[in-house]
Design a protein around this ligand. Structure first.
Ligand SMILES: [Zn+2]
Length: 85
């Protein structure tokens, strides 16, 4: 993953963390959020900022199709593992 040139500073004063969205609306779209998000001890601030521009409807359909394909393959692999192949 290429790194952004400019990392925004979140409300806590820390450099924000780049994450990827897997929602149906924004598959694969990257965004910045508070670094503390995954830390259970500290409450993250509400900083949120998109890094990638919005997906076009076409790109969204293509990406969702690909994600579905990957998931189908993975499910098949898991089934095979269970069967002991
Ligand atoms: Zn923060």
């Amino acid at each position: 993953m290429e790194m952004p040139e400019v990392i925004p500073i979140c409300y806590c004063g820390n450099p924000a963390k780049l994450n990827m969205s897997w929602s149906n609306d924004n598959p694969g779209r990257r965004f910045f959020e508070c670094k503390k998000f995954s830390n259970g001890f500290q409450k993250p601030c509400r900083f949120f900022s998109w890094f990638d521009p919005p997906l076009t409807p076409h790109a969204r359909v293509v990406l969702l199709g690909l994600l579905k394909k990957v998931k189908t393959l993975e499910d098949a692999r898991k089934r095979e593992e269970k069967l002991g192949f």
